[in-house]
Design a protein around this ligand. Structure first.
Ligand code: KIV
Ligand code: ZN
Length: 513
């Protein structure tokens, strides 16, 4: 008997999340993230949109082989060729799902699809039948459902369920719905759609009005049983409902929702932190649950209360979501076994050679920094081992700056597509000079749109973590660099962004959704 209070967590970080500007991931990065999602306990991983590009197809196929417990879903338009391609990508997964979608609002049907409602009904039904014929479970999404005519939406649901879909998703595609209204829509569908009791109703809420989480929770309260979410809420435009907020809403308010999930909450923060490391976008300090400030108490009255009893101002504990605080893990004299154990605890699988690289880097850092924390080790793993093979690599940089008359100046030696190149340049400051020298060396001149710097841990010897966003024409990319010298961290971040731009070129073969 299925548990009627169990909510299924459908994670779309690797598909809708990846549509977030600058969040492109390589195949290897997606596989690493998928393994972490499995550890986190998500029920479904939407691994990508295989018909979009060869890169997407290969990433979905690799994820299908890499995980065991979660269902691996492939997104497909309601077209036989997309569905065939989607099935090919997931066919080796232990548990698989085809997720096909078609827009159902008058606006989308007329202006985007150029189809009549009758044609849309035909297409939706045919797509589901085709997907079912592959022998996998099938999910249908009525894109822009929240702006669709209710009667027509009921008709669409009836048809796709009759055709064999067992999960029906009601997306608030443009983040337009209001919580009470959206809950009412779910109740209406549950009461009206034929066979509603035999399928799972899902919701997929975007955050354009900041209501993604509120709408998702309202829909779950009304009877939906699958939440489509992303880590840190990344996704198209303003993003999707955030996984950690939806889950902690349910966990923190059992008296209100009486709903459970399979999420291991202690893996929430490590998962978001890992995503942030991979896509090179820092977690904002004010982000609920995972932000640096979420458990910080500034006002004296609050501090006083928390010291007496944490529950006065904390509705959940940092430990519950896997934030252990600054624990000293290794020092100058720690051995390889200690590092090996720590790497496993952080959920990374490294070969002996990779472990040696990280060990040497930890020793080198320990000469300059007294305490090496989990965050330092994770940053070194990402930086030294897991970073993609680069077109551009820095060999050395020397920077001159200060309040003397000479303009700040940087000299770099780089490997550019296998060849050694030396260049120098001046700039308005040391970072500007370094970036100019790198641009001279690689022969590109992107616009720097964003620059963020953050100390990974406390103390003046902390490693600096820099993230940058650059733009070349329509293409943007984000890069991240970590070093205890902030100019080095900035230069590494800039070069990382250039490498991502170079990798993106020519990757897509069909327009994104
Ligand atoms: O936002 C949306 O409607 C989607 C669908 C493809 C589910 O992402
Ligand atoms: Zn979406």
């Amino acid at each position: 008997m299925p548990d009627e209070n169990r909510v299924y967590i459908f994670d779309t970080t690797l598909r809708d999340g990846e549509q977030s500007p600058g969040a492109t991931m390589t195949r290897e990065e997606k596989v690493r993230m998928a393994r972490q999602l499995e550890t986190l306990g998500v029920d479904v991983i939407e691994a990508g949109f295989p018909a979009a590009s060869v890169g997407d197809f290969e990433a979905v196929a690799a994820i299908a082989e890499a995980v065991e417990k979660p269902v691996v879903a492939a997104l497909c338009r309601a077209l036989p060729a997309d569905i065939d391609r989607g099935y090919e990508a997931i066919k080796n997964a232990k548990r698989k799902r085809i997720h096909t979608f078609l827009a159902t609002s008058a606006l989308h049907m007329e202006h985007k699809l150029g189809k009549t409602p009758a044609q849309v009904l035909e297409m939706a039904e045919a797509a589901v039948r085709h997907a079912v014929s592959k022998g996998v479970e099938v999910q249908f999404s009525a894109e822009d459902a929240s702006r669709s005519d209710r009667e027509f939406l009921v008709e669409v649901c009836n048809r796709v369920i009759a055709a064999g879909a067992t999960i029906v998703n009601i997306p608030d595609t443009v983040g337009y719905a209001q919580p009470a209204e959206f809950a009412d829509l779910i109740r209406h569908l549950l009461a009206t759609v034929a066979g509603a009791g035999n399928v799972t109703f899902a919701v997929h809420c975007h955050n354009d009005l900041g209501l993604g989480v509120a709408n998702t929770l309202a829909a779950l309260h009304a009877g939906a049983r699958q939440a489509e979410v992303t880590l840190s809420g990344i996704g198209e435009r303003a993003g999707n409902a955030s996984l950690e907020q939806v889950v902690m809403g349910l966990v923190t308010r059992p008296n209100y929702y009486n709903l459970t999930t399979g999420i291991v909450t202690e893996e929430l923060f490590p998962s978001c932190r890992r995503l942030s490391g991979i896509i090179g976008q820092p977690i904002p300090p004010y982000a609920p649950i995972i932000g640096r400030n979420a458990f910080a108490h500034e006002s004296g009255i609050h501090q006083h209360g928390v010291l007496k009893d944490r529950r006065t101002y904390e509705i959940m504990t940092a430990e519950h979501i896997g934030r252990k605080g600054a624990v000293v893990v290794l020092g100058k004299h720690s051995g390889r076994h200690a590092l090996d154990a720590k790497v496993k605890e952080l959920n990374y699988k490294l070969t002996d050679d990779e472990l040696k690289i990280v060990f040497d880097a930890v020793k080198e850092l320990a000469d300059r920094k007294q305490n090496i924390l989990d965050e330092d080790i994770e940053a070194l793993i990402l930086e030294k081992v897991l970073r993609r093979p680069d077109h551009y690599a820095l060999q050395f940089i020397s920077v001159h700056c200060g309040n003397v008359e000479l303009a700040p100046m940087a000299v770099v030696k780089m490997i550019v597509d296998g060849k050694e190149v030396r260049q120098y340049a001046s700039g308005s400051g040391p970072v500007d000079a370094s970036f100019n020298a790198v641009c001279e060396a690689v022969g590109r001149k992107p616009e720097l749109e964003e620059f963020h710097i953050n100390a990974i841990t406390g103390g003046t010897d902390a490693q600096g973590e820099v993230t940058v966003r650059v733009r070349e024409g329509d293409a943007t990319s984000v890069g991240r660099g970590v070093h205890d010298d902030v100019i080095m961290a900035s230069t590494l971040a800039f070069i990382n962004a250039l490498n991502r731009l170079a990798k993106k070129e020519g990757d897509r073969i069909c327009p994104q959704l």
